[in-house]
Design a protein around this ligand. Sequence first.
Ligand SMILES: [Mn+2]
Length: 426
Amino acid sequence: MKKQPLFRFIHCSDLHLDSPFEGIQSIEPWVADILRKATFEAFQRVVKIAIQKKCDFVIISGDIYDGADRSLYAKLRFREMLKELNESQIKCFLVHGNHDPLSGWEPEITLPQGIFRFPGDKVNLIPFTKNSQEIAHIYGISFQEKANMNNLTKLFQKSSKEVFSIGVLHCNVGGLPKHDNYAPCSIEDLVNTGLDYWALGHIHTPIVIRKHHPVILYSGNTQGRNINENGPRGCYLVQVYENQDVEFDFYPTDVVRWFQKRIDITNLKNLDDLVTLLIKQREDIRRKAEGRHAILRIILKGMGELDQILRQKIDPERDLAIHLREGENEKNQFVWIESILIQTQPPIDIEQRRLVDDFVGDFLRNIDKINKAPNLQETLKTILSNRPEWNIIHQEMETILNNHGLELLKNAELFGLEELLRHEKY
Ligand SMILES: [Mn+2]
């Protein structure tokens, strides 16, 4: 028979309660309603797992609330769920992160007993006792302010070698790109503290940084909130044994899962084939979502005969997405098409065509010249600022150029190419 662990806990993070879902082009009220509740429902699933698995405590590594000024509704719902933990004698240890620093406004709502919130001035140590035996030390510190640029690991000092020690911290390990570099630290810093388990928050993708001595984990957020947060989201169930061995398992808690799917049109003969393929992909995603709802972004890629029709005759939102969403309100697990992006190309070898000494070749060579300019944004700006319309729309255009300059140029190239070759059979 398998040995029983000394204790079990849940490590979760970045609940972002009451977070709005970002970037969905078109949404019906019934979907919006499910999305609005999703961050709460995801934490409800964490609570359920903690109770079912008979956990001793739950750790939340920051960003419980989405905004520094917490919504009253979020705090009320959070309290209800914490009450359930409390009724099952499950304690909860939490820190605050850059989204919900201690300096933010908080409605005066008392949280239930058994919840420990780490202050932001220094690292506190909370001993955890089971059957009158001290079996774990939990260390943590909250963000006082949003932009915490200090290496907080320097404040952690292990007080006992014998007792299993857990550090709770919202931080960026190793300067992970695309994330604010708050509370920056290195893996070495974490190892040097001598703690046995690091329950980290801030990075929304689950990452196992180190498997043993110490275990270092980002649990990721409990519910993905935009297309960049695709794939499974959830929490870790951690079991610690008498000899300090640690086992950890990921449990998905997301109510709605985000997917991005690239579809190649190269071998498609007509729109009928495309629609059939899109429906097949939608059903494939429904299976992959494993019993939960899904939001799907489709990107059409490839070089093919369908390119010209897709670019010139089809509105992907009005013609295709809307069709694929029909009947989804009757499904137990919906697949909501977030958008369909057309990034196809005409079946022409553009590099070869660029070499031809004719008008089309000239056009392609000019585009290439702009593309290779040292500062694409500035070059495009100079060209466009000679146009009379620039005076009226320059503010909007500058934002677009800064964020999507390259994309704009690519689209212009394909559009120009198709227009110039409109009467040619290619
Ligand atoms: Mn976060």
